[in-house]
Design a protein around this ligand. Structure first.
Ligand code: HEM
Length: 228
């Protein structure tokens, strides 16, 4: 008798997929904004005038873009890898793509430290959040890789989901920053256009990453028995 593999509630899966789509899109938009602002300056060897936020990206392009570029590749590819349908239909592609995406995620995580800690816009709160959640991100990736090397598909899935929830939290950071900016404008304290308030930026890091780690654990509790 073949054992039936349990599946998650289809409505929950659909809603989660939509949320992931929205968050990945937000990250892509902000990555594109970075490129549009930074690269003309990087190529011309100029500084972006009164934009202090962008100045760090232009001053340290290698550190910044060795974080952003592989991170973007990872975030675009990971949802495909997490799709059960894709994995069952294209297992060979899943394995090959998995190696590429894992490498991208490890590089992005490493450069999150090298750029984000010394040059954090949000100061110490952002730098500490980066170290803590960056270590968690890298640990999840390494444990996911170790699990699959031991043919432990269940643990591989769990660690990959944990890693992805941290990666996609970058979109939620931007949502929090947007909410804070909206509130700040509403109480008319005014903000420098384009530059988020550093304190709020640091708080947004903590809120988003904490929320996502908790959401990841919640998802794993809701779908404990899934093997794929
Ligand atoms: C893996 C997918 C990731 C992608 C695609 C990504 C993308 C980006 C982008 C586009 C920026 C530019 C900031 C903006 O304009 O919003 C950025 C900055 C940054 N990211 Fe990531 N990121 C990823 C993961 C992470 C992780 C896991 C951490 C650490 C836990 C992290 C820490 C940072 C830090 C500290 C900055 C600098 C923020 C600043 O002070 O300007 N990122 N990232």
């Amino acid at each position: 008798m073949t054992q039936k593999v349990p599946t998650a509630n289809p409505r929950l899966v659909r809603r989660t997929a939509v949320a992931i789509g929205v968050l990945v899109t937000i990250v892509m938009v902000f990555a594109a904004i970075r490129v549009a602002i930074d690269w003309p300056n990087i190529v011309a060897g100029t500084t972006p005038g009164d934009d202090d936020f962008a100045e760090r990206y232009v001053a340290y392009p290698w550190l910044a873009y060795l974080h952003i570029a592989p991170g973007v590749v990872y975030l675009l590819g990971a949802p495909l890898q997490l799709s059960r349908r894709f994995r069952t239909r294209h297992y060979g592609v899943h394995r090959r793509l998995g190696r590429i995406l894992l490498t991208c995620a490890l590089i992005s995580g490493l450069f999150a430290f090298l750029f984000g800690v010394p040059h954090a816009w949000g100061g110490a709160p952002e730098a500490v959040a980066t170290v803590l959640f960056g270590c968690w991100f890298l640990t999840c990736l390494v444990l996911a890789f170790r699990a699959i090397r031991h043919d432990d598909v269940r643990q591989h899935r769990r660690w990959m989901i944990r890693a992805f929830t941290v990666g996609v939290a970058v979109g939620t950071i931007r949502i929090w920053v947007g909410i804070f900016e909206g509130v700040e404008q509403a109480i008319s304290r005014g903000t420098t256009p384009g530059a988020p308030d550093p304190t709020m930026f640091g708080i947004a890091f903590w809120l988003a990453f904490t929320m996502h780690v908790a959401l990841g654990e919640w998802w794993l509790r809701r779908t404990p028995a899934l093997t794929g």
